[in-house]
Design a protein around this ligand. Sequence first.
Ligand code: VGL
Ligand code: ZN
Length: 200
Amino acid sequence: MIDNRALLVIDVQNDFCPAGRLAVAGGNEIVPLVNSLAHDFNHVVLTQDWHPADHSSFASQHEGVAPFSTITMPYGPQTVWPDHCVIGSEGAAFHPQLDVTRAELIIRKGFRKAIDSYSAFFENDRKTPTGLAGYLQERGLTRLTLVGLAFDYCVRYSAEDAKALGFSVTVIERATRAIDLNGSADATRKSFSARDIILA
Ligand code: VGL
Ligand code: ZN
């Protein structure tokens, strides 16, 4: 019987760790636990936030707009961020202690200038697929465990999309850290509970 479980490790990158450009408090602390989980799973997929230097999700690209405020894009509201995870930069690299040797796939997202992608499955228009669902489905990987950064953005959107696509979804909260903007961490817990996403 094939092992249908996969660990999805979201955005454990330097820019989301302390001293990074979009630092998530304690982001680095999850690395040992993520590594030990990666050894317990037979299938591991990593995601990597991967933006061009002039990405439209950067506040710096919008005159007079402060980081962490919300703008309206053609596809809907978009929070704007400090510049982060610029393609090829040290900030976009995985945390140096992250064990990447277990990964069977690395999926990059947010590489199109005009659209952001929090979710590992769909860009922020909520309909352009990244291809990850097809990859997992073709391989029979139907039971997903999510960890990584940030709990209330890329982990949240990835988990919700995975659930809506019919995967079974568990998020291990102690292997995540939150940005927590305007109550977003609590909103994430409530949303998971409403959608039957298991928070372990
Ligand atoms: C993320 C904000 C912007 C994340 C990525 O990985 O949660 N958050 N880009
Ligand atoms: Zn980003």
